[in-house]
Design a protein around this ligand. Structure first.
Ligand code: NAP
Length: 264
């Protein structure tokens, strides 16, 4: 797939990895649609993209909403007449242990509530599903070469305190296999699907954290530093250009190794 002239849609494009993906593809000559919740963030990235000389639009939308999803797909088609690459970057964390015990009695004092469970499922799982589903619909009906990208995480192996997040990220990692299996059954040949599973990445969420905690995290990373969002963007660019990459999820972690298996 040629990136130059392609139309790239990035959810969560107003920040972090999504912002880097949008800017990477813009540099390669793609036309960009970014989707995010906060208009201010959309405006900032859009100004940067336009300063780079890119054709770009921004849509304020919530990926958990079917109506919003239909709206941003249509806005992309209205602006650029086609859709080639969709990167579903919108994601959130709401960490917490399933059970918190009272130190004195040893009995359960608190449970992980639906207030922390449901939003993570809604954004990371349902949001990704809706974004991919409606992007695929446009790509099938348009007949353009297409690539669908899910963003998983190495936390798909299971991160203590992230039962909600890890549950969604294992699903995001599995989607490419299931979707491409369905496309094979249906004879849909023009669309590929890959997942990207980043390790600890230098987005504001991590760079702003306690520096001692950050050092502890990096002890498990062979590279000895956080992955840069631009490095993830470059991998997605490579996936776009190399059509042999399909129906799989690729890790990009700098060599993250948990001696005990499950993430601490
Ligand atoms: P980020 O900087 O927080 O960016 C995510 C963006 O998605 C934010 O702009 C956020 O808006 C937006 N968003 C959240 N909910 C949304 C919704 N319902 N509709 C539309 N947009 C929404 O996070 P990031 O670190 O770049 O993460 C991007 C993806 O990579 C996520 O799926 C994350 O799970 C995954 N990932 C990240 C890391 C890492 O170390 N950073 C590692 C592995 C995987 P708000 O700011 O308004 O919430």
């Amino acid at each position: 797939m040629e990136i130059k002239g392609s139309v790239v849609l990035v959810t969560g494009g107003g920040n972090g990895i999504g912002e880097a993906v949008a800017k990477y593809f813009a540099k390669q000559g793609a036309k960009i649609a970014i989707v995010d919740m906060v208009q201010e963030n959309i405006d900032r990235v859009l100004a940067d993209l336009k300063a780079m000389g890119a054709e770009a639009i921004g849509v304020q939308a919530n990926v958990t909403s079917e109506a919003d999803t239909a709206k941003f797909i249509q806005a992309t088609l209205d602006a650029f007449g086609k859709l080639n690459i969709t990167v579903a970057c919108a994601g959130i964390i709401r960490d917490g242990m399933m059970l918190t015990l009272d130190k004195q009695t040893g009995k359960v004092a608190r449970k992980l509530g639906l207030d922390k469970w449901q939003p993570v499922i809604d954004v990371n799982l349902t949001g990704t599903f809706l974004t991919l589903r409606d992007s695929a619909e446009a790509m099938v009906n348009g007949g353009w070469p297409g690539l669908l990208v899910t963003i998983s995480s190495v936390n798909k192996v299971g991160q203590i305190g992230q039962l909600n997040y890890s549950s969604t990220k294992v699903a995001d990692a599995l989607m490419p296999k299931i979707i491409i299996g369905e496309f094979m059954l249906r004879g849909i040949k023009n669309i590929r699907c890959v997942g990207i599973a980043p390790g600890y990445t230098a987005t504001p969420m991590l760079t702003g954290m306690n520096q001692d905690a950050l050092k502890a995290i990096l002890k498990d990373v062979h590279l000895g530093r956080l992955v840069e969002p631009e490095e993830i963007a470059r991998l997605i660019g490579h996936c776009a250009e190399n059509e042999a990459i399909n129906a799989t999820t690729l890790e990009i972690t700098g060599g993250l190794c948990y001696p005990g298996g499950i993430a601490k």
